[in-house]
Design a protein around this ligand. Structure first.
Ligand code: FES
Length: 229
């Protein structure tokens, strides 16, 4: 740390700490000595493990973010919510149809949504959560997929819903239905799966398994990269 580094005051679960400005909440937690065995995963904004709530000394409005993405601010009062209780249905995707009725049959509580939009305000990914809930009710599964595509399942929408709904699970089912029944099929993928099933790559995989780390790195760095279209 240089002499010029600005120090900010933060409060982790009520306890006061001073940390260098610019740290993410996650690195600030570690800087303060917390060992993260929950509430930490990819560290890159993808896995949703690090849901965090906070407010600021002069702004009591509760705010929501991912600890690995949000940087600390002066007088930030924060706590992590690494898990929030949320009922997840068990279903056999093979026996479902890609319709709103089907999602409602699996999750009938969706009808309790009264459109308060608290879920949307809680989403650290800024997804239109309430609007994909209404897309489910309208039976527009592709639109649920579009609106919820960047969901990282952090659980903050469920934590804030006054009706106890779990929007991210409803969106997950909708995306699965979309992927299974509505998404255009990929001929390339089907061909590749057939090749894998015909053991076309077995010899190459065996060769890879025998390489040491350096050889694999070199092979990876000099691989053919398909042009992006
Ligand atoms: S650790 Fe994965 S989203 Fe933050």
């Amino acid at each position: 740390m240089t002499e010029q580094t600005k120090i900010v005051d933060i409060y982790i679960m009520g306890k006061h700490y001073q940390v260098p400005e610019g740290l993410t909440i996650m690195t600030a937690l570690e800087y303060c000595g917390y060992r993260l065995v929950r509430g930490c995963g990819c560290r890159a904004g993808f896995c949703g493990a690090c849901a965090t709530v906070y407010n600021l000394k002069d702004d009591p409005q509760l705010k929501f973010d991912l600890a690995c993405q949000k940087t600390v601010e002066q007088d930030m009062y924060l706590a992590q919510i690494p898990f929030f209780p949320a009922a997840k249905a068990t279903y056999d995707i093979e026996k479902l149809e890609p319709t709103g009725e089907q999602v409602l049959a699996v999750y009938p509580l969706i009808e309790k949504c009264f459109g308060c939009n608290t879920c949307t305000k809680a989403c650290p990914q800024e997804l239109e959560v309430m609007w994909y809930m209404s897309d489910i009710l309208r039976g527009d599964i592709p639109e649920v997929m579009n609106k919820s595509f960047d969901c990282v399942m952090c659980g903050l929408c469920a934590a804030r819903c006054p009706q106890g709904l779990v929007p991210y699970n409803y969106a997950l089912l909708s995306r699965r239905l979309y992927g299974k029944y509505l998404a255009p099929r990929s001929k390339h993928l089907e061909d590749r799966i057939a090749e894998i099933n015909a053991n076309k790559f077995d010899a190459d995989i065996e060769k890879l398994k025998k390489m040491d780390k350096k050889e694999i790195q070199k092979k990876y760095q000099t691989r053919d990269i398909e042009a992006a279209y």
